[in-house]
Design a protein around this ligand. Structure first.
Ligand code: UT7
Length: 325
Protein backbone atom coordinates (compact mmCIF):
# COMPACT_ATOMS: atom_id res chain seq x y z
CA UNK A 1 0.00 0.00 0.00
CA UNK A 2 1.41 3.42 -0.94
CA UNK A 3 2.40 5.81 1.83
CA UNK A 4 3.48 9.44 2.16
CA UNK A 5 7.21 9.82 2.63
CA UNK A 6 9.36 12.93 3.06
CA UNK A 7 11.73 12.82 0.11
CA UNK A 8 14.86 14.98 -0.05
CA UNK A 9 14.86 16.92 -3.33
CA UNK A 10 18.13 18.82 -2.92
CA UNK A 11 20.59 20.41 -0.56
CA UNK A 12 22.85 23.43 -0.21
CA UNK A 13 25.19 25.10 2.23
CA UNK A 14 26.94 28.36 3.06
CA UNK A 15 30.16 29.22 4.86
CA UNK A 16 31.52 32.62 5.84
CA UNK A 17 34.48 33.66 3.68
CA UNK A 18 36.80 34.15 6.64
CA UNK A 19 38.81 31.05 7.62
CA UNK A 20 40.52 30.74 11.00
CA UNK A 21 43.28 28.11 11.08
CA UNK A 22 44.60 26.34 14.17
CA UNK A 23 47.89 28.18 13.72
CA UNK A 24 46.09 31.54 13.75
CA UNK A 25 44.21 30.49 16.91
CA UNK A 26 47.46 29.42 18.58
CA UNK A 27 48.64 33.02 18.25
CA UNK A 28 45.63 34.18 20.30
CA UNK A 29 45.17 31.47 22.99
CA UNK A 30 47.43 28.96 24.71
CA UNK A 31 46.98 26.05 22.30
CA UNK A 32 48.75 24.31 19.44
CA UNK A 33 47.76 22.96 16.03
CA UNK A 34 49.05 19.58 17.18
CA UNK A 35 46.80 19.47 20.29
CA UNK A 36 43.68 20.50 18.33
CA UNK A 37 44.28 18.04 15.48
CA UNK A 38 45.16 15.16 17.79
CA UNK A 39 42.22 15.65 20.19
CA UNK A 40 39.53 16.72 17.70
CA UNK A 41 40.60 16.36 14.06
CA UNK A 42 39.84 20.06 13.48
CA UNK A 43 42.29 22.01 11.25
CA UNK A 44 40.28 25.16 10.53
CA UNK A 45 36.86 26.73 10.93
CA UNK A 46 34.93 29.56 9.21
CA UNK A 47 34.04 32.68 11.18
CA UNK A 48 31.21 35.09 10.28
CA UNK A 49 32.24 38.64 9.42
CA UNK A 50 30.98 41.59 11.48
CA UNK A 51 27.36 42.07 10.54
CA UNK A 52 27.06 38.63 8.92
CA UNK A 53 24.13 36.99 10.70
CA UNK A 54 22.81 33.47 11.13
CA UNK A 55 19.91 34.44 8.83
CA UNK A 56 22.35 35.58 6.10
CA UNK A 57 24.04 32.17 6.11
CA UNK A 58 20.68 30.39 6.30
CA UNK A 59 19.25 32.31 3.34
CA UNK A 60 22.35 31.60 1.27
CA UNK A 61 22.18 27.87 2.11
CA UNK A 62 18.41 27.78 1.42
CA UNK A 63 18.85 29.43 -1.99
CA UNK A 64 21.55 26.90 -2.89
CA UNK A 65 19.30 24.02 -1.79
CA UNK A 66 16.33 25.36 -3.78
CA UNK A 67 18.52 25.72 -6.88
CA UNK A 68 19.93 22.21 -6.41
CA UNK A 69 16.37 20.84 -6.06
CA UNK A 70 15.06 22.93 -9.01
CA UNK A 71 12.29 24.16 -6.74
CA UNK A 72 10.57 27.57 -6.86
CA UNK A 73 10.65 29.17 -3.36
CA UNK A 74 6.96 30.05 -3.81
CA UNK A 75 6.10 26.34 -3.53
CA UNK A 76 7.63 26.08 -0.03
CA UNK A 77 4.99 26.05 2.72
CA UNK A 78 7.14 25.18 5.75
CA UNK A 79 10.52 26.39 7.02
CA UNK A 80 12.06 24.78 10.10
CA UNK A 81 15.36 26.27 11.19
CA UNK A 82 17.55 24.53 13.74
CA UNK A 83 19.69 27.09 15.57
CA UNK A 84 20.96 28.05 19.02
CA UNK A 85 22.39 31.32 17.75
CA UNK A 86 19.36 33.18 16.36
CA UNK A 87 19.77 36.74 15.05
CA UNK A 88 17.65 37.99 17.96
CA UNK A 89 15.83 36.50 20.93
CA UNK A 90 12.74 36.87 18.77
CA UNK A 91 11.26 36.80 16.18
CA UNK A 92 12.42 33.40 14.99
CA UNK A 93 15.29 33.60 12.53
CA UNK A 94 13.17 31.35 10.30
CA UNK A 95 10.79 34.23 9.56
CA UNK A 96 13.74 36.39 8.47
CA UNK A 97 14.71 33.56 6.15
CA UNK A 98 11.11 33.30 4.93
CA UNK A 99 11.02 37.03 4.14
CA UNK A 100 14.49 36.89 2.58
CA UNK A 101 13.26 34.22 0.18
CA UNK A 102 10.12 36.23 -0.62
CA UNK A 103 7.80 33.57 0.80
CA UNK A 104 4.52 34.78 2.34
CA UNK A 105 2.59 31.53 2.73
CA UNK A 106 2.84 28.62 5.14
CA UNK A 107 4.73 28.65 8.45
CA UNK A 108 8.28 29.25 9.59
CA UNK A 109 9.76 28.61 13.02
CA UNK A 110 13.03 27.97 14.84
CA UNK A 111 13.85 24.80 16.69
CA UNK A 112 16.42 24.77 19.46
CA UNK A 113 18.12 21.46 20.23
CA UNK A 114 21.73 22.70 20.01
CA UNK A 115 23.92 20.28 18.02
CA UNK A 116 20.96 17.94 17.48
CA UNK A 117 18.98 20.81 15.91
CA UNK A 118 19.10 19.55 12.33
CA UNK A 119 18.04 15.99 13.18
CA UNK A 120 15.26 17.36 15.40
CA UNK A 121 14.15 19.76 12.63
CA UNK A 122 14.16 16.96 10.06
CA UNK A 123 12.13 14.69 12.33
CA UNK A 124 9.49 17.35 13.10
CA UNK A 125 9.27 18.25 9.42
CA UNK A 126 8.87 14.59 8.50
CA UNK A 127 5.92 14.32 10.89
CA UNK A 128 4.25 17.45 9.51
CA UNK A 129 4.74 16.37 5.88
CA UNK A 130 3.52 12.82 6.40
CA UNK A 131 0.27 14.00 8.02
CA UNK A 132 -0.37 16.06 4.89
CA UNK A 133 -0.34 19.35 6.84
CA UNK A 134 2.40 20.79 4.59
CA UNK A 135 3.73 19.69 1.23
CA UNK A 136 7.21 21.14 0.66
CA UNK A 137 9.64 22.21 3.35
CA UNK A 138 13.01 23.79 3.84
CA UNK A 139 14.91 22.26 6.74
CA UNK A 140 17.88 24.38 7.72
CA UNK A 141 20.67 24.23 10.30
CA UNK A 142 22.41 27.59 10.70
CA UNK A 143 24.74 28.92 13.39
CA UNK A 144 27.12 31.72 14.30
CA UNK A 145 28.66 30.03 17.35
CA UNK A 146 31.64 32.41 17.13
CA UNK A 147 29.34 35.00 18.78
CA UNK A 148 28.78 32.92 21.94
CA UNK A 149 32.34 31.67 22.42
CA UNK A 150 34.60 32.84 25.21
CA UNK A 151 37.67 33.53 23.08
CA UNK A 152 39.85 33.36 26.21
CA UNK A 153 38.74 29.80 27.03
CA UNK A 154 40.99 27.43 25.08
CA UNK A 155 38.93 24.41 26.11
CA UNK A 156 35.97 25.59 24.00
CA UNK A 157 36.96 28.34 21.55
CA UNK A 158 39.09 26.01 19.41
CA UNK A 159 36.18 23.65 18.77
CA UNK A 160 33.43 25.61 17.04
CA UNK A 161 32.76 27.42 13.76
CA UNK A 162 30.02 29.16 11.77
CA UNK A 163 28.00 27.99 8.77
CA UNK A 164 24.65 26.81 7.44
CA UNK A 165 23.17 23.94 5.48
CA UNK A 166 19.70 23.26 4.10
CA UNK A 167 17.64 20.55 2.45
CA UNK A 168 14.39 20.76 0.48
CA UNK A 169 11.96 18.03 1.53
CA UNK A 170 8.72 17.09 -0.23
CA UNK A 171 5.80 14.84 0.75
CA UNK A 172 5.59 12.14 -1.93
CA UNK A 173 3.59 8.96 -2.31
CA UNK A 174 6.01 6.04 -2.22
CA UNK A 175 5.20 2.32 -2.80
CA UNK A 176 5.36 1.59 0.97
CA UNK A 177 8.24 -0.84 0.57
CA UNK A 178 11.71 -1.23 2.02
CA UNK A 179 13.15 0.41 -1.09
CA UNK A 180 11.06 3.60 -0.63
CA UNK A 181 12.86 6.91 -1.05
CA UNK A 182 12.69 9.48 1.73
CA UNK A 183 13.05 9.68 5.48
CA UNK A 184 12.52 6.10 6.64
CA UNK A 185 12.74 6.65 10.39
CA UNK A 186 13.83 9.24 12.96
CA UNK A 187 14.51 8.88 16.68
CA UNK A 188 14.82 11.82 19.08
CA UNK A 189 15.98 11.69 22.69
CA UNK A 190 16.86 14.11 25.48
CA UNK A 191 17.90 13.92 29.12
CA UNK A 192 17.88 17.21 31.01
CA UNK A 193 19.83 15.77 33.94
CA UNK A 194 22.92 16.57 31.86
CA UNK A 195 21.98 20.17 31.08
CA UNK A 196 24.89 21.72 32.97
CA UNK A 197 27.56 19.74 31.10
CA UNK A 198 27.15 21.85 27.95
CA UNK A 199 25.29 25.16 28.22
CA UNK A 200 25.42 28.91 27.69
CA UNK A 201 25.77 30.97 30.87
CA UNK A 202 23.28 33.64 29.85
CA UNK A 203 19.88 34.19 28.33
CA UNK A 204 16.93 36.60 28.23
CA UNK A 205 15.16 35.23 31.30
CA UNK A 206 18.14 34.32 33.50
CA UNK A 207 20.71 37.10 32.96
CA UNK A 208 19.25 39.37 30.29
CA UNK A 209 22.50 38.78 28.35
CA UNK A 210 23.51 36.38 25.60
CA UNK A 211 26.20 34.57 27.59
CA UNK A 212 29.07 32.29 26.61
CA UNK A 213 29.29 28.58 25.85
CA UNK A 214 30.56 26.43 28.74
CA UNK A 215 31.36 22.74 28.44
CA UNK A 216 32.73 19.90 30.51
CA UNK A 217 34.33 18.39 27.42
CA UNK A 218 35.48 15.15 28.99
CA UNK A 219 32.01 14.46 30.48
CA UNK A 220 30.32 15.12 27.14
CA UNK A 221 32.82 12.88 25.38
CA UNK A 222 32.19 10.10 27.90
CA UNK A 223 28.45 9.99 27.11
CA UNK A 224 28.61 10.74 23.38
CA UNK A 225 29.46 7.37 21.83
CA UNK A 226 26.96 5.38 23.93
CA UNK A 227 24.12 7.82 23.19
CA UNK A 228 24.91 7.96 19.47
CA UNK A 229 25.11 4.21 19.02
CA UNK A 230 21.96 3.65 21.11
CA UNK A 231 19.80 5.87 18.94
CA UNK A 232 21.25 4.42 15.73
CA UNK A 233 20.40 0.94 16.93
CA UNK A 234 16.83 2.25 17.37
CA UNK A 235 16.88 3.23 13.68
CA UNK A 236 18.13 -0.23 12.66
CA UNK A 237 15.50 -1.94 14.81
CA UNK A 238 12.71 0.22 13.34
CA UNK A 239 13.65 -0.45 9.70
CA UNK A 240 15.31 -3.85 9.67
CA UNK A 241 18.43 -2.36 8.10
CA UNK A 242 21.86 -3.07 9.56
CA UNK A 243 25.23 -1.30 9.52
CA UNK A 244 26.30 -3.21 6.41
CA UNK A 245 23.33 -1.78 4.43
CA UNK A 246 24.42 1.82 5.06
CA UNK A 247 25.96 3.60 2.05
CA UNK A 248 26.92 6.80 3.90
CA UNK A 249 27.19 7.70 7.55
CA UNK A 250 26.88 11.48 8.01
CA UNK A 251 27.34 12.16 11.72
CA UNK A 252 27.31 15.43 13.64
CA UNK A 253 30.81 16.83 13.29
CA UNK A 254 32.03 17.60 16.83
CA UNK A 255 35.14 15.51 17.19
CA UNK A 256 36.74 12.99 14.83
CA UNK A 257 37.53 10.67 17.73
CA UNK A 258 33.82 10.48 18.66
CA UNK A 259 32.88 9.86 15.01
CA UNK A 260 35.53 7.15 14.57
CA UNK A 261 34.62 5.41 17.84
CA UNK A 262 30.90 5.46 17.00
CA UNK A 263 31.43 4.08 13.48
CA UNK A 264 33.74 1.40 14.83
CA UNK A 265 31.30 0.36 17.56
CA UNK A 266 28.46 0.13 15.01
CA UNK A 267 30.56 -1.73 12.45
CA UNK A 268 30.36 1.00 9.78
CA UNK A 269 33.41 0.97 7.49
CA UNK A 270 35.60 4.12 7.71
CA UNK A 271 35.29 4.76 3.94
CA UNK A 272 31.52 5.20 4.37
CA UNK A 273 31.92 7.99 6.95
CA UNK A 274 31.61 11.60 5.76
CA UNK A 275 34.03 13.87 7.63
CA UNK A 276 34.05 17.66 7.45
CA UNK A 277 35.02 18.49 11.03
CA UNK A 278 38.61 19.08 9.84
CA UNK A 279 37.42 21.93 7.59
CA UNK A 280 34.43 23.36 9.50
CA UNK A 281 35.00 22.57 13.18
CA UNK A 282 31.80 21.96 15.14
CA UNK A 283 29.06 24.10 13.57
CA UNK A 284 26.34 22.70 15.85
CA UNK A 285 22.99 22.40 14.01
CA UNK A 286 24.69 23.27 10.70
CA UNK A 287 27.24 20.46 10.78
CA UNK A 288 25.14 17.65 9.29
CA UNK A 289 23.63 19.59 6.35
CA UNK A 290 27.09 21.05 5.64
CA UNK A 291 28.53 17.53 5.52
CA UNK A 292 25.58 16.20 3.50
CA UNK A 293 26.02 18.93 0.93
CA UNK A 294 29.77 18.29 0.66
CA UNK A 295 29.17 14.58 -0.04
CA UNK A 296 26.35 15.24 -2.53
CA UNK A 297 28.35 17.86 -4.44
CA UNK A 298 31.46 15.66 -4.77
CA UNK A 299 29.33 12.76 -6.05
CA UNK A 300 29.57 10.42 -3.07
CA UNK A 301 25.89 10.51 -2.03
CA UNK A 302 23.66 9.57 -4.96
CA UNK A 303 19.93 9.07 -5.47
CA UNK A 304 18.88 5.76 -3.90
CA UNK A 305 21.73 5.64 -1.36
CA UNK A 306 20.94 4.74 2.25
CA UNK A 307 22.18 7.63 4.40
CA UNK A 308 22.41 7.51 8.19
CA UNK A 309 22.48 10.74 10.24
CA UNK A 310 23.12 11.16 13.94
CA UNK A 311 23.68 14.03 16.33
CA UNK A 312 24.31 14.62 20.01
CA UNK A 313 24.59 17.89 21.90
CA UNK A 314 23.63 20.21 24.76
CA UNK A 315 20.70 19.14 26.91
CA UNK A 316 21.71 16.43 26.36
CA UNK A 317 19.76 15.99 23.17
CA UNK A 318 20.48 13.30 20.62
CA UNK A 319 18.89 11.65 17.63
CA UNK A 320 19.18 9.68 14.41
CA UNK A 321 17.60 9.67 10.98
CA UNK A 322 17.76 7.04 8.27
CA UNK A 323 17.08 8.31 4.75
CA UNK A 324 16.97 6.79 1.29
CA UNK A 325 18.33 9.68 -0.76
O1 UT7 B 1 28.69 19.13 19.73
C1 UT7 B 1 28.34 18.93 21.06
C2 UT7 B 1 29.06 17.84 21.64
N1 UT7 B 1 30.36 18.22 22.06
C3 UT7 B 1 31.33 17.36 21.99
O2 UT7 B 1 31.12 16.29 21.45
C4 UT7 B 1 32.66 17.64 22.64
C5 UT7 B 1 33.07 16.45 23.43
N2 UT7 B 1 34.36 16.56 24.05
C6 UT7 B 1 35.50 16.58 23.32
O3 UT7 B 1 35.48 16.57 22.11
C7 UT7 B 1 36.80 16.51 24.07
O4 UT7 B 1 36.56 16.22 25.43
C8 UT7 B 1 37.64 17.81 23.96
C9 UT7 B 1 38.17 17.95 22.55
C10 UT7 B 1 36.78 19.00 24.32
C11 UT7 B 1 38.83 17.73 24.91
O5 UT7 B 1 39.60 16.57 24.64
P1 UT7 B 1 40.04 15.63 25.85
O6 UT7 B 1 40.89 14.59 25.26
O7 UT7 B 1 38.79 15.20 26.56
O8 UT7 B 1 40.93 16.59 26.71
P2 UT7 B 1 40.72 17.06 28.24
O9 UT7 B 1 39.55 17.96 28.35
O10 UT7 B 1 40.78 15.85 29.07
O11 UT7 B 1 42.03 17.92 28.44
C12 UT7 B 1 43.34 17.34 28.39
C13 UT7 B 1 44.37 18.40 28.65
C14 UT7 B 1 44.06 19.25 29.87
O12 UT7 B 1 45.28 19.52 30.52
P3 UT7 B 1 45.69 18.67 31.85
O13 UT7 B 1 44.60 18.93 32.83
O14 UT7 B 1 45.76 17.25 31.39
O15 UT7 B 1 47.01 19.27 32.20
C15 UT7 B 1 43.52 20.52 29.30
O16 UT7 B 1 43.74 21.64 30.13
O17 UT7 B 1 44.42 19.32 27.54
C16 UT7 B 1 44.31 20.66 28.04
N3 UT7 B 1 43.63 21.47 27.01
C17 UT7 B 1 44.28 22.05 25.99
N4 UT7 B 1 45.58 22.10 25.64
C18 UT7 B 1 45.90 22.76 24.53
C19 UT7 B 1 42.31 21.72 26.91
N5 UT7 B 1 42.08 22.48 25.82
C20 UT7 B 1 43.29 22.70 25.24
C21 UT7 B 1 43.69 23.39 24.08
N6 UT7 B 1 45.00 23.40 23.77
N7 UT7 B 1 42.80 24.02 23.28
Amino acid sequence: MTMLRSVILGCGSALPAQVLTNQELAAKVDTTDEWIVQRTGIRQRHIAADGELTSDLAIQAAKAALANAHVDPQTIDLIVLGTSTPDNTFPATAVTVQAGLGITRGAAFDLQAVCSGFVYALSITDGLLRTGTYTRALVIGAETFSRILDWKDRTTCVLFGDGAGAVVVEAQQQPGEKTDRGILTTHLRSDGRHKSKLYVDGGPSSTMTVGHLRMEGRAVFKHAVAMITDVIEDAFRATGYTASDIDWFVPHQANKRIIDDSAHKLGIAPEKVVITVDQHGNTSAASIPLALNAAVRDGRIKKGDLVLLEAMGGGFTWGSALIRW
